[in-house]
Design a protein around this ligand. Structure first.
Ligand code: F6P
Length: 320
């Protein structure tokens, strides 16, 4: 009987629980023993493992967060920490690991693969910053959360005839900003992949005003190289338009996953376990178009992440 472990690591993302459920239930259906590892790599080092049964993952498909908890671990990347993790894997006689997380977490997965541990990496992060998949687990739910915030902010922004800068997450990736900005009808979307042109920002706002717009929404990704409050000051100074700032923050990471995230999380979790059961290892699973895509883990992480440039342009065309 194969014994596998599953962990979630890095920032939590809606859909992680749906993914854990898929891993556990697929494993059990294939006669495997599945161990949940607490707090990501921290629990892997300290041996916080618990065997999961089918009922351990009941009633979680709809929940945000992660029942396994999560952490960012610097210690795991030290020789001592890494050695501790390898010992735990040996002690529990794990034949493979499913690692659900973002960039840092999947880089950790490569280190384990290099040390001979069979791993499957799944993209779990709201940021959508992984190059081997069109969507990461949690991204679309986060976009919807931002959208609902935009709708609320639009009302008050319009009532007071203001400009509002809404800062969204994404680290160095502008995908949340672009998707939410496009679908929320933002006038301006600022992303780290493109140079910041404040003159252009001010021009768009003033042109809009001249055409009769009495309020505007700017979606700014957190990775853009200017603090949102500073941007707000500069806009007010140069345009005379009253401007407010909303930093959405962690609200974007929580909440019940929407159908799409539950679906991709379930499909990816299922595929990961089937791969391990078939003796495959060191893979990353993504979604390309509507299909599951299985890549070599290392090569997957070296692929180039394409920015959503066309959608960004579309957002501008439609916001005039
Ligand atoms: O990677 C997910 C993310 O939410 C990023 O968008 C954000 O920059 C970061 O995590 C925040 O991390 P922490 O939870 O460590 O503050």
């Amino acid at each position: 009987m194969k014994r596998i472990g599953v962990l979630t690591s890095g920032g939590d993302a809606p859909g992680m629980n749906a993914c854990i459920r898929a891993v556990v239930r697929t494993g059990i259906s294939l006669d495997m023993e599945v161990f949940g590892i607490k707090r990501g790599y921290e629990g892997l080092m300290s041996g916080e493992l618990e065997q999961l049964q089918s009922t351990s993952v009941s009633d979680i498909i709809q929940r945000g967060g992660t029942i396994l908890k999560t952490a960012r671990s610097e210690k795991f990347m030290t020789p001592g920490g890494f050695e501790m993790a390898l010992n735990v894997i040996k002690t529990y006689r794990l034949d493979g690991l499913v690692i659900i997380g973002g960039n840092g977490s999947l880089t950790g997965a490569i280190t384990l693969a290099d040390a001979g541990v069979p791993v499957i990496g799944l993209p779990g992060t709201i940021d959508n910053d992984l190059p081997f998949t069109d969507e990461t687990i949690g991204f679309t739910t986060a976009v919807n959360t931002v959208l609902s915030a935009i709708s609320n902010i639009r009302d008050t922004s319009d009532a007071h005839e203001r400009t509002t800068v809404i800062e969204v997450m994404g680290r160095e990736c502008g995908d949340i900003a672009i998707m939410a900005g496009l679908t929320g009808g933002a006038e301006i979307i600022l992303v780290p992949e493109e140079p910041l042109d404040i003159d252009r920002v001010c021009r768009i706002l003033l042109d809009g005003k001249n055409r009769g717009k009495n309020s505007s929404i700017i979606i700014k990704a957190e990775g853009v190289d200017i603090a949102s409050v500073k941007l707000d000051e500069v806009i007010e100074e140069r345009t005379g338009l009253e401007t407010k700032v909303v930093i959405l923050g962690y609200i974007q990471r929580g909440g019940s996953p929407i159908a799409r995230d539950r679906m991709i999380a379930s499909a990816m979790g299922n595929e990961a376990v089937k791969l391990l059961n078939d003796g495959k290892k060191n893979k990353a699973i993504g979604i390309i178009g509507d299909k599951i895509a299985v890549h070599d883990l290392k090569r997957a992480m070296q692929m180039e992440k394409k920015p959503l440039t066309e959608l960004h342009e579309l957002a501008y065309t439609l916001s005039k």
